[in-house]
Design a protein around this ligand. Structure first.
Ligand code: ZN
Ligand code: ZN
Length: 411
């Protein structure tokens, strides 16, 4: 059966994902996200949708789902963990839009309605939607993150964000045999350094900063990175604090232990960190030895308060462990040593270092995964450097989709 595919966003960029599949009398939507830039950016408007598939709860994948569900009453297939965290992210994103004076692309009641429309779905579960069978598999990206396998006459695998190497939180994704592979390519042309070496360097730097009497600030995204770092640091024996939305996400992860590689290590990590539960606890935390806190790109969240207290202390250090997008404070700090704080450019005297703890597969890992799926057609998305895969994937029919332009696959 020939079906029509169209990217509404996120074909040749990392952000605001959305892809429709049209055929057999219905239209399905895989992910519908937004880019939390200033101002936020959105995908192309979605046509009327019958079924929606959400891979995971990062805003670039889930951030616009309520705009569709509020309008179309379509079921949302996702893991219960992704649904619960998405709910937090969506309300938070509404709050930010309100605070910063941006248009709100959906209402709080659209979020409520979305949650009512969720059909919770575990890994290896299959749902029959007419003649299409859809099965979920772990994407190895963050807990609860799924790949979707659509089976009509043939298999089509949509990976969403993907990691194939094992992390502390989740094991790497396993290839699925398919005719059509729709795969993310964030790291086209780049490979990650060895994770073990990165962890060793990271811990050596933490020891060094604490030995010289400084405090280590680790700005982290709330979902995934905060918990991965907490597990890595759990046995160091330092006075460690965790602040921001990552705290409640850790609680949610522990409510769904089946999505964690090792729930015991997550529980132990939570026990060894002190939680900043009220704003008055930020003062003692800023005198502690390690602070793991949102926001990961220094654009908001409690991290700014810690930077205010520690910015003039050259003994302290800011260890960046996540992607720093353009036009963010994190990128500015790496490039100029300053950030914008309360509307002013402020010099940061702390040491700044960056470590690669990415939850996405590197170039060679993507190529290996793709080959093991033994596809005929490979569609590369979620990438600004997709062309760099072409030399390594010459044996396949490669499709580099363009925003809004239809292409066809035999599914
Ligand atoms: Zn993601
Ligand atoms: Zn993504």
């Amino acid at each position: 059966m020939i079906m029509k595919f169209r990217f509404l966003g996120g074909a040749d960029i990392v952000g605001r994902m959305g892809m429709t599949i049209e055929g057999d009398g219905k239209t399905m939507l895989v992910e519908y996200g937004m880019s939390p830039t200033k101002p936020p950016e959105y995908p192309i408007a979605a046509p009327k949708i019958d079924h929606l598939f959400l891979t995971h709860c990062h805003l670039d994948h889930c951030g616009m789902v309520p705009a569709v569900c509020g309008r179309d009453d379509c079921e949302v297939f996702t893991t219960p963990l992704s649904a619960e965290i998405s709910e937090i992210m969506l309300y938070d994103s509404l709050k930010i839009a309100k605070a910063e004076g941006y248009m709100e692309p959906y209402t709080a009641s659209d979020v409520e309605k979305t949650m009512e429309l969720v059909v919770p779905f575990g890994f290896k579960d299959t749902v029959e939607l007419g003649k299409t069978d859809v099965t979920l598999h772990s994407a190895g990206h963050i807990p609860g993150a799924a790949m979707f396998e659509f089976k009509y006459d043939h298999n089509t695998l949509y990976t969403g964000d993907l990691h194939t190497a094992d992390q502390k939180l989740v094991l790497g994704a396993k290839p699925i045999k398919c005719k059509n592979l729709i795969i993310e390519g964030t790291y086209g042309g780049r490979n990650h350094p060895s994770r073990d070496e990165t962890v060793d360097d990271f811990i050596a730097k933490i020891d060094e900063v604490i030995d010289r009497g400084g405090t280590v600030i680790i700005p982290c995204f709330a979902v995934g990175r905060t918990q991965e770092i907490m597990i890595i640091l759990k046995d160091l024996g330092y006075e460690m604090w965790v602040d921001g939305m990552g705290r409640s996400v850790t609680g949610l992860f522990l409510n769904y232990p089946e999505y964690l590689r090792d729930p015991r290590s997550m529980r132990a990590a939570r026990k060894n960190f002190r939680e900043v539960k009220t704003s008055s606890m930020r003062k003692p935390a800023s005198k502690g030895q390690i602070i793991v806190t949102t926001g990961g790109m220094l654009d908001g969240g409690p991290v700014l308060g810690y930077l205010r207290s520690l910015k003039d202390d050259p003994k302290s250090a800011i260890l960046l462990v996540g992607y720093q997008a353009e036009d963010t404070n994190g990128r500015l700090l790496l490039e100029t040593g300053s950030i914008v704080l309360d509307g002013e450019m402020v010099k940061i005297e702390c040491e700044v270092q960056k470590y690669d703890f990415s939850a996405h597969a590197g170039h060679d890992e993507i190529v290996e995964f793709a080959r093991k799926c033994e596809p005929e057609n490979i569609v590369i998305m979620h990438s600004e450097t997709r062309e760099l895969f072409l030399p390594d994937l010459q044996d396949y029919n490669i499709i580099l989709p363009e925003l809004g332009k239809e292409f066809e696959l035999d599914v």
